[in-house]
Structures are given as structure tokens and as C-alpha cells.
Design a protein. Structure first.
Length: 367
């Protein structure tokens, strides 16, 4: 393929995936409200967009609340969008875009399906916006680090003490938990011997890394929740203390962009977790029917989103000292220790010391 054809294909795939994820973001909000409603013994959104079906002399509402995300989007789009008088206007308007862009850019290196042909197009070595990048993990770490700038600049530019406190909390929290996240990410890299996400997925064909490294998967997931500022790590927007936190001065679609960034990052980090520890697009019959890869990775992302929502409904918010202490005193030492033990075991395996044990484990999972 010529460079022009590669660029056109990347643009088309990028548009398709971005459209799918933006649509997924809208219905992730509906999923969260529905699941929280069930977990709290209530209905959640059930009015907007239902299909009436006759049922036992009455009416049953099928797909109740299906159009609630569209109603919320229209509401935000048409709301008045005032700008406070004493804000830094340039940074105030730039911050929501800085929050949204990293959540979209992460998707560039996520593998969604194995290699397949569609008409004249051949997608190889796997289906992605930018396939075959051998520094994909480094790209993800770099992009996720940018995400904090949108929150910090929003707090600083708003010229509000509540927003500034939320921004300061965000920067301290991200630095604390990115250390553990970065160290844990090295474990799939060592086990697959590559930073290409497609190679990491293929390395999990015999057995998913979550079964070999359950502690690493748990640490990654907890650090991802802190990176997302989701409950119980949502200290930067603690309503009881900061009156909504860093976005207290935002309204209408600029507030909606922060809202969108949160849920799109949930989808992106769930996709990364599925790729690192749940086998990505891997699953039964995926070699014979490559389109099954899309179904498998979407199912794993939805399962991860459900756990995030479940955690929000189940756990109370940490105090700030507990949040920082947990990151530095518990999560980081566990991540470092796990990394060192894994590195030693890999070296011993390469030297042949652990060959009998590894053969037994492979036979156990294969048979």
C-alpha cells in the first residue's frame, strides 16, 4: 500500500471507531444510571424514548429511557453558556478540549480484531487506527499523562478557590497513581516481550494474563479508577467540600465536554485493561471468524464498565489523606514488588530453571 492509501485507511478507521466510541459514551451514561438505579432499588431513567407494549391489560415500557442521552445532549447544547468575568478566557476555553482529546487519541493503538480482508482492503497485522506500532504502550502512557492538564488548567483559569483546590488535588492524585500504573504496565510488556499491543494480545492465546498475574491486574484496575477520578477516588469533585470542584465555573457544552471526557476515558482505559489482561479481541473461533474479535473486546469493555459502576455504588469516598496514603504506602510498594518478582521469574524461566513448572501449568490450562 502507498502512504496515501495508508493515511486514507487510517482516517476512515479512525472516524468509524471515534463515532462508535462517542455513541458508546452516550449510552455508557445511560448504563450507569440504569445500573445504579437497580443497585439502589429504583428504576433509573425510564420515561424518554420508551416503546409501549400491551401487557396484561396494561402497558409495558420496552427500552425505557433509551433516548435519555439524546435528551441530555440537546439540553446541554441549548443551555446558556455564560463566561465568568474574571477567568483567563483563552485557557478557560482550551481546558475542556485538552480533557477530551487524550481520551480519543488513546484509541489509535487499541487492536479491535485480528487481521482480515474486507473487499479490496486488507487489515493487518490487526484492525486498528495505527496498527503495528512497536511503542504502543509508551504512546498510551504519554497520552494518559496529558489528561491531567485539562483538569488543572480548568481549575486555575476559573479563578475560583474551589476549582483551584480541585485542580491541585487532581495533579497530586494523578502523579501518585501513575507511578503504580506505569510500573504495572511493564509486566505485560515483559511477558509478551514487546510494546506492540497486538503482540501482547497474541501472547495471551494460551491463557489470559489476568490468570497469571491477578495481583497486577487488580493494581492496574485500582490505579485506572484513580486515574479516571472515579469513586471512591473522586476527591477532586467532592461536592460536600468543593462544590463540584474543578468544573464549578463551567456550564452548557463546555461542562458537557468534561462529562464526555470522563466517560470516554472510562471506555479507553477499559479497552486497555482488556488488551493487557483479558486477551483483547481473543476468544473462541476468532481465527476462523475475525469479526468475533469486535464482539469479544466490546463484551470485555462492557464488563469492565459494569465493575466501575458497581464500585461507585458500593464504596464511600476516601478522605484525602487516605487516598494519598493508599497510593504511596500500599499500591506503589505492591506494584514494585510484583514487578521485581515477575522479572526474576522471567529470567529464571529463560535460563531453564522453571521449565518443569511452566510445562505443568501449560498442561493444566490446556487440558
Amino acid at each position: 500500500m502507498t502512504p496515501g492509501q495508508i493515511a486514507i485507511r487510517a482516517l476512515i478507521i479512525g472516524f468509524i471507531i471515534s463515532f462508535a466510541v462517542i455513541t458508546g459514551f452516550a449510552y455508557t451514561t445511560l448504563m450507569e444510571r440504569k445500573v445504579l438505579g437497580r443497585l439502589q432499588a429504583r428504576f433509573g431513567p425510564n420515561r424518554t424514548g420508551y416503546i409501549p407494549i400491551p401487557w396484561r391489560g396494561g402497558e409495558k415500557r420496552f427500552l425505557g429511557g433509551f433516548l435519555q442521552p439524546a435528551a441530555d445532549a440537546v439540553k446541554l447544547f441549548f443551555k446558556e453558556d455564560p463566561t465568568p468575568a474574571k477567568v483567563d478566557r483563552v485557557i478557560y476555553n482550551l481546558a475542556p478540549m485538552l480533557a477530551v482529546m487524550p481520551a480519543i487519541l488513546i484509541l489509535a493503538v487499541i487492536p479491535w480484531a485480528p487481521a482480515f480482508r474486507l473487499g479490496p482492503w486488507r487489515f493487518e497485522p490487526y484492525f486498528a487506527i495505527a496498527p503495528g506500532i512497536n511503542v504502543g504502550v509508551l504512546f498510551i502512557l504519554a497520552i494518559t499523562s496529558i489528561g491531567v492538564y485539562g483538569v488543572v488548567l480548568a481549575g486555575w483559569a476559573s479563578n475560583s478557590k474551589y476549582a483551584v483546590l480541585g485542580g491541585i488535588r487532581a495533579s497530586a492524585q494523578m502523579i501518585s497513581y501513575e507511578l503504580a500504573l506505569g510500573i504495572i504496565v511493564l509486566i505485560p510488556i515483559m511477558m509478551a516481550n514487546s510494546m506492540d499491543l497486538g503482540v501482547i494480545v497474541e501472547a495471551q492465546r494460551p491463557v489470559w494474563f489476568v490468570f497469571i498475574q491477578p495481583l497486577a491486574a487488580l493494581v492496574f484496575y485500582i490505579a485506572a479508577l484513580a486515574e479516571l477520578q472515579r469513586a471512591p477516588f473522586d476527591l477532586l469533585e467532592a461536592e460536600q467540600e468543593l462544590s463540584a470542584g474543578f468544573n464549578v465555573e463551567y456550564g452548557a457544552m463546555r461542562f458537557g465536554m468534561f462529562f464526555m471526557a470522563e466517560y470516554m476515558k472510562m471506555i479507553s482505559l477499559s479497552a486497555i485493561f482488556a488488551t493487557f489482561f483479558l486477551g483483547g479481541y481473543g476468544g473462541p473461533f476468532v481465527d476462523r471468524f475475525p469479526w468475533l474479535g469486535f464482539i469479544y473486546i466490546i463484551a470485555k469493555i462492557v464488563a469492565s464498565l459494569f465493575v466501575m459502576i458497581w464500585v461507585r455504588a458500593s464504596l464511600p469516598r476516601f478522605r484525602y489523606d487516605q487516598l494519598m496514603g493508599f497510593g504511596w504506602k500500599a499500591l506503589l510498594p505492591i506494584a514494585v514488588l510484583n514487578f521485581l518478582v515477575t522479572a526474576v521469574l522471567i529470567v529464571m524461566a529463560e535460563e531453564g530453571t522453571l521449565s518443569p513448572l511452566i510445562d505443568s501449568v501449560k498442561l493444566f490450562f490446556a487440558g
